[in-house]
Design a protein around this ligand. Structure first.
Ligand SMILES: [Zn+2]
Ligand SMILES: [Zn+2]
Length: 219
């Protein structure tokens, strides 16, 4: 990885979600079919000319960890950033937190308080990103205090809410340096045009924390 390069990364994908979503992934071990689905989303990332792709299935860490091993073993021209989309309840609302750049799996239960989930993410060397914050924009001022950054652009929600008026709210937040873009891609056989555009360009200067996680994942 070059220190001077700008990296294109999709920070939010779900290679396995068609097998459990809506709902939670309860299995810990990957099936052969799971592995093929992870490999497919990585190959699509190469076709999209991404430098890196985060794998962030719902409440399971092993798919991203497998993806990282797979690209290294096969010397593929892309970095997999292992992650997880963690569900937590906050003020009786289900909130999703993306863990990005984890170095080990951690356990999650639906009832974990947000502070504990953030501690688990940081304990696995990951960063914590508030996913699709406009779902819970009334809670955003409280939630943003817990996380390292937030998802500025979400490919699914760009389709559902094409106006994206919530950007005004997020642009006003100067405190958090990490603003991610992600496709939130749920089906291995269908990637919409808006989701293809959901890529964030990062460098060592403009997002050092995320850049460091990509560098770690490339090792
Ligand atoms: Zn989500
Ligand atoms: Zn998602």
């Amino acid at each position: 990885m070059s220190d001077n390069k700008v990296y294109k990364i999709d920070c939010h994908t779900h290679p396995l979600s068609h097998s459990y979503y809506p709902g939670y992934c309860t299995r810990k071990e990957l099936t052969n079919s799971d592995k093929r689905n992870i490999e497919t989303i990585i190959k699509q990332g190469i076709e999209r000319k991404l430098d890196a792709i985060a794998i962030t299935d719902h409440n399971i860490c092993t798919s991203g960890i497998y993806g990282k091993e797979y690209v290294k073993e096969n010397k593929l021209p892309i970095v997999v950033v292992p992650g997880c989309e963690c569900s937590v309840f906050f003020d009786n609302t289900e909130i999703h937190i993306l863990a990005l750049g984890i170095t080990k799996a951690f356990d999650l239960t639906k009832d974990d308080p947000i502070s504990q989930v953030i501690t688990s993410i940081h304990g696995a060397s990951g960063i914590a990103i508030l996913a699709h914050p406009h779902y819970y924009s009334d809670l955003y001022p409280k939630l943003i205090k817990y996380v390292d950054g937030f998802e500025y652009y979400n490919g699914v929600n760009a389709v559902i809410y094409p106006g994206n008026e919530y950007f005004t709210l997020f642009d006003a937040d100067k405190e958090k340096c990490i603003k991610t873009w992600g496709s939130d891609y749920h089906m291995t056989n269908m990637l919409l045009e808006e989701q293809r555009k959901a890529v964030v360009k990062i460098s060592k200067e403009n997002a050092p924390a995320l850049w460091n996680r990509i560098r770690l994942a490339a090792k």
